[in-house]
Design a protein around this ligand. Structure first.
Ligand code: ZN
Length: 376
């Protein structure tokens, strides 16, 4: 999930919004507004809608706090966190590395629901301090806001503890199975399978509610189920891939006959005689027999087409010292993680100061395919 609207950075973690968030923020404000209009018509439309929008925004602030708790805990265990993105179904903290042990995984999962639960309890406790008694609806906008944020955060904590991966509860379950069996892959398989089961239950329940008069609310539950299903399937497939790649290193997969292009060639020549003719997407740039950089169609596209004949390859390339590289000894799994976090499809393989070859996503996929075909 890529954030399209940046909001800022909190201790090195980028926080942003996905466009789908705008729709859901609008829908939540709308439904809160009509709710307040029914319970407190004496507020008048101006205050009703201002309270609805403020409550929706505050709700998303508490979701960011939930995700930040995951992110901060990950960082304190040395796991790099890239970003937090809010989208239609909530938030997601992009933690770049897996937890190294079951105990870390347990806390990484449970810290989010704990945070939401604490926020919810504080809101309701303050409300209670102001003399509110359930099930009465508070009379002032501020207290109404507090009540809503309190309830929704406690519901969020409960929902997230449903034991199906990739929900937080699934993580906690995974940690417990991991701790008991000592087998991380098996733990992921079990909690992802349970995640698929939970997702199916959501879909069935949502459809049932839809046909029994719940309307959009029912469809919404089914939609969340569908999202969980694809996420659970993905993490299941991820385990299969990780297992298949176990023990493999970059040297087993990389290709050492990499194509090169001279640093003084112009971009037009590069496109006409290399990219279009050889069907390869990635060329090393050589200068006096030494590899100095890498060039792909991506870098060429950054230059205007009319200027291709006048710009040399070394002006457009990405210099070697600015590239993430791997060594022949890097595990393939690690290399895939780097490709993912850098958003590239190939990595130069460097040993000492020498370029040894290139590793591409395509090569790894091909290997996986062959292994799957042979039942390995
Ligand atoms: Zn969470």
């Amino acid at each position: 999930m890529r954030a399209q609207i940046p909001l800022g950075t909190v201790s090195g973690i980028r926080i942003g919004l996905h466009y789908s968030w705008l729709i859901i923020a609008f829908l939540i404000s709308l439904s809160l507004g009509s709710n307040f209009a029914a319970t407190n018509p004496e507020w008048g439309p101006g205050i009703i809608w201002a309270t609805a929008i403020a409550t929706a925004l505050l709700f998303f602030v508490t979701i960011v706090l939930h995700e930040l708790s995951h992110a901060m805990l990950a960082k304190s265990h040395g796991l790099p966190v890239r970003s937090i993105t809010l989208f239609a179904l909530g938030g997601v903290a992009e933690i770049e590395q897996e937890a190294g042990d079951a105990r870390t995984e347990f806390w990484l999962g449970i810290v989010g629901p704990i945070t939401s639960f604490v926020i919810g309890t504080i809101c309701l406790a303050v409300l209670y301090g102001f003399g509110w008694k359930p099930p009465h609806f508070p009379r002032t906008p501020l207290l109404a806001m507090l009540m809503w944020i309190g309830y929704i955060n406690i519901m969020l904590a409960v929902f997230n503890m449903v034991p199906g991966f990739p929900l937080d509860g699934g993580r906690v379950l995974r940690a417990i199975v991991w701790w008991i069996t000592g087998d991380a892959s098996r733990a992921t398989r079990i909690s992802a399978k349970l995640g698929q089961f939970v997702a199916f239950a959501f879909i069935l329940f949502g459809v049932y509610r839809f046909f029994n008069g719940a309307g959009i609310g029912g469809l919404w539950i089914a939609f969340i189920g569908w999202f969980l299903l694809s996420a659970a399937r993905e993490s299941y497939a991820q385990v299969a891939i990780t297992e298949s790649l176990k023990g493999l290193r970059v040297r087993d997969v990389m290709s050492s006959d990499y194509p090169t292009v001279d640093s003084n060639a112009n971009l037009q020549t590069l496109v006409d005689e290399h990219f279009l003719r050889m069907g390869r997407r990635c060329f090393f740039v050589s200068e006096n027999g030494r590899i100095v950089g890498l060039i792909t169609p991506h870098e060429v596209r950054e230059v205007e087409r009319q200027r291709w004949p006048f710009k040399t390859v070394d002006e457009a390339m990405r210099p070697l010292d600015q590239l993430r590289t791997v060594t022949p000894d890097t595990p393939i799994k690690k290399a895939l993680e780097i490709m993912g976090s850098e958003d590239v499809n190939q990595l130069p393989v460097v040993e000492g100061n020498e370029v040894r070859g290139i590793l591409s996503r395509g090569q790894i996929l091909q290997l996986l395919q062959t292994r799957a075909e042979l039942g390995k």
